[in-house]
Design a protein. Structure first.
Length: 243
């Protein structure tokens, strides 16, 4: 993942932290537009905030939540033996880009992503290299796109399963289910305006997916909870995991 740009704290903010967290949650989990969030805050909470300010919040605080993620990931257990990798297309200023995602099969935790204008072997290498600190699984499942072959072969003792289509085999459609959620959220954005804003927004989406969004397939838990995250209510507030 490329470097994120923005704020790493809530200092000198005009609005309370709880208001900002509420707006972020409505955007990243509720799939609301900035204007809809401003309307909800005004009519339900009597909080006057412009849609432009909310848009700013939803990008500028990405580094703060990335730091929280980096603090929590060492506490998690990714001992499942299978990862799933795939890529999907987004538009940035009208130009086609590819997001490469990799997900842990047992926890549904998004282990990493890589955003690039290219779709080739070097991008698959970049994705896998970014996860070296997490160890390696016994198996990595991908579609039959050839770019994954050499990067996975470079990982000793890792089996590569190549399926014809994730949708054709119910045991291998995990990452397609993630893509459906991502694309449903992305569709409301109508593309991204710049690489930096896209990177921040996607990082934010992944954080909410991993740490805050309950998953029905995980019995109402978050991927982080399935991976062993168990924090006290006080610690959750300190880490901004509750408003």
């Amino acid at each position: 993942m490329s470097k994120l740009f923005g704020k790493t704290d809530f200092k000198r903010m005009r609005y309370p932290v709880q208001t900002i967290l509420m707006a972020l949650t409505m955007f990243y989990i509720g799939k609301n537009s900035f204007r809809n969030i401003a309307l909800i805050l005004r009519t339900v909470m009597n909080i006057q905030v412009s849609h432009a300010t909310i848009s700013n919040w939803c990008t500028r605080f990405a580094p703060l939540f990335q730091n929280i993620s980096l603090e929590l990931i060492p506490l998690l257990d990714f001992s499942s033996d299978e990862w799933h990798a795939d890529e999907t297309v987004v538009k940035i200023a009208g130009v086609k880009y590819y997001i490469w995602f990799i997900i842990d099969s047992e926890t549904r935790f998004v282990l990493g992503y890589h955003l690039s204008p290219h779709r080739d072997t070097s991008q698959a290498f970049s994705l896998l290299h970014s996860l070296s600190a997490l160890g390696k699984p016994q198996t990595i499942v991908t579609d039959r796109y050839s770019a994954y072959k050499v990067p996975i072969q470079s990982l000793s003792d890792v089996r590569h399963i190549r399926v014809q289509s994730f949708a054709d085999d119910i045991t291998n459609n995990l990452i397609e289910c993630f893509h459906k959620q991502f694309k449903a959220w992305y569709k409301t954005k109508q593309g991204f305006c710049s690489f930096d804003s896209a990177n921040n927004l996607i990082a934010f989406f992944v954080f909410f997916f991993n740490f805050l969004r309950p998953h029905s397939a995980l019995n109402g838990l978050t991927p982080a909870q399935v991976a062993g995250l168990n924090l006290s209510p006080k610690r959750k507030r300190e880490l901004l995991l509750v408003a």
